[in-house]
Write a protein that binds this ligand. Structure first.
Ligand code: 5GP
Length: 177
């Protein structure tokens, strides 16, 4: 209803099926565009530069942060991730809604800066199910799984900071990706 587009934030512990939901929303919601984050994490097979992320060095990331390019940024699983302020502004002036797939720390910053952003926290049906889903990804070592579970526990405690909490009881097919 406003002249400019809205900001939609989605966060979820890994194993909640977030990537499937994000892909579906982008395919089905007209006028919704994805905010492509900057990251220092190495590119995974199948990921495209400028489409999934902008893959940058730590030095470049630090320069961008210092120049005030980020609406928020955080360290997640040992790598830096940041949302481009410029991209959000560009989408909004074009009348588009912007979807931010960011973690709970990032959302904590966004809700202070962009007070009218709408946020969704996606949850697995239970902690046991989350454990099961993460173990099913055979690519991860037991140590990685343990670390992800403890991070998930910490993140889930912050569900009250979100406008909506959605429980994903469908097995996330996209968790293979
Ligand atoms: P992945 O490396 O698996 O793509 O993402 C790891 C986590 O980083 C996910 O929880 C994702 O939501 C989060 N993330 C991705 N981009 C950003 C960002 O720009 N800022 C923040 N704070 N988190 C991000």
């Amino acid at each position: 209803a406003r002249g400019t587009g809205s900001v939609l934030v989605i966060s979820a512990p890994s194993g909640s099926g977030k990537s499937t939901l994000v892909k579906r929303l982008l395919m089905t919601v007209p006028g919704l565009v994805f905010s492509v984050s900057y990251t220092t994490r190495p590119r995974r097979p199948g990921e495209r530069e400028g489409k999934d992320y902008f893959f940058v060095s730590e030095a470049r990331f630090r320069r961008l942060a210092a120049a005030g390019e980020f609406a928020e940024w955080a360290e997640v699983h040992g790598h830096y991730y940041g949302t481009s302020q410029r991209q959000i502004r560009r989408a909004q002036t074009a009348g588009k809604d912007v979807l931010l797939d960011i973690d709970v720390q990032g959302h904590g910053q966004v809700r202070k800066r962009l007070s009218d952003a709408v946020s969704i926290f996606l949850l697995p049906p239970s902690f046991l199910e989350l454990q099961r889903r993460l173990r099913r990804r055979h690519s991860d070592s037991p140590e990685t799984i343990r670390r992800r579970l403890s991070v998930a526990k910490r993140e889930i405690r912050r569900w009250r900071e979100y406008d909506y909490v959605v429980v994903n009881d469908r097995v996330p097919r996209a968790s293979r990706a």
